[in-house]
Design a protein. Structure first.
Length: 346
């Protein structure tokens, strides 16, 4: 379906209506270390709720646990939706806004989901989450055929999209799909004009390289990019290659991208396992930026850089040393819904 003439994909720094979180309950996601995770989610929810509504998605015991932590908190509500896991960035809809003058409502794009190429069965409940959220928001839905996770894409809101090839042109997700096929679907469905392809993945990242760990727009034409200067770190070579790719890209308006490197923690391990610790897995809200920190030497510089990138928003460091044991951080556990003014669509 070609939506490009009627809809666009907004940037995360544009006004937001709400943020969704799927309450954690799958013990195997944080093996042997689940106990602190609900408190981390609750901390994130409270920080977001200072600036906009938070909708907690959960069912059964998970819903009861979420309410034990957060019921009665200002600006936080609950939606009864059963989930397989807690990574709602990848299971919620991608929300589109109508272009001015179209007279259309916002749209929920519900991509098929298969747990990052079938890695973590069962995923049947998570495959239905996007549709359930769209229904809760009374939004029309479009369902493309291509498997795509929300963490795999990043936009400037002006028609430029960054995507990691490994997460899309993958036989476990989309057998037989080429980059050309994928780019056509992305352009037609998300209303973008320029698609920049990245490659590589952080060591320990079981998503195969979600872009929200390695490159993020902070303004049109400006990208923060993960860097690992330690040549002995397994992330060094892939991140250097991505920096070179980004340096050669132009956005939808023909601008060369301004690159702002952010060093990520070197050789971040737990129990001998390398984990995908990245400060780029931050979340932008209406009034703040929640930044993952890991108790190391790169925290302070990352906070300073992002504060410079988002003037007028408070910077909220969130300790993610427990959360990253599940191989994700703040952006991975949240999904922003853009605000819509019906008058702008007339």
């Amino acid at each position: 379906m070609k939506l490009r003439d009627d809809y666009r994909l907004p940037a995360e720094w544009e006004p937001q209506a709400a943020t969704f979180l799927a309450w954690p309950h799958r013990l195997a996601t944080w093996p042997g270390h689940f106990d602190p995770i609900p408190d981390v989610y609750a901390t994130v929810a409270r920080l977001i709720a200072r600036h906009q509504p938070v909708r907690i998605v959960a069912g059964g015991r998970a819903l009861a646990d979420a309410k034990r932590h957060l019921e009665g908190e200002p600006n936080i509500s609950f939606i009864e939706v059963f989930t397989s896991d807690g990574w709602i960035r990848d299971t919620a809809p991608v929300f589109l806004l109508p272009r001015p003058g179209r007279g259309l409502p916002p749209l929920a794009v519900c991509w098929p989901f298969n747990a990052w190429g079938g890695k973590y069965p069962p995923w049947d409940l998570d495959a239905a989450v996007s549709g359930r959220i769209a229904a809760s928001e009374s939004l029309p839905v479009v369902r493309p055929s291509m498997v795509l996770e929300g963490g795999a894409i990043e936009t400037d809101g002006e028609g430029t999209l960054l995507v990691n090839e490994r997460c899309v042109v993958d036989p476990r997700r989309n057998p037989g799909l080429t980059c050309e096929d994928a780019e056509t679907i992305l352009r037609d469905t998300l209303g973008v004009d320029a698609v920049g392809w990245l490659d590589g993945a952080l060591a320990g990242d079981d998503t195969d390289g979600h872009v929200d760990q390695i490159a993020r727009f902070v303004a049109p034409g400006r990208v923060v990019a993960a860097r690992q200067p330690d040549v002995g770190d397994p992330n060094h070579a892939d991140l250097e290659a991505n920096l070179r790719r980004l340096a050669g890209m132009q956005d939808a308006r023909g601008r060369r991208l301004e690159l702002i490197p952010i060093d990520i923690p070197p050789r971040f391990e737990r129990h001998g396992v390398q984990l995908p610790a990245s400060h780029l897995n931050f979340l932008v809200t209406n009034g703040s930026v929640l930044v993952p920190v890991f108790g190391g030497s790169t925290d302070a510089a990352a906070i300073r850089t992002l504060a410079d990138c988002f003037p007028g928003r408070s910077i909220e460091p969130v300790d993610c040393r427990d959360l990253v044991w599940g191989r994700g951080a703040i952006h991975c556990i949240t999904r922003d819904e853009p605000a819509w003014n019906p008058a702008e669509g007339r």
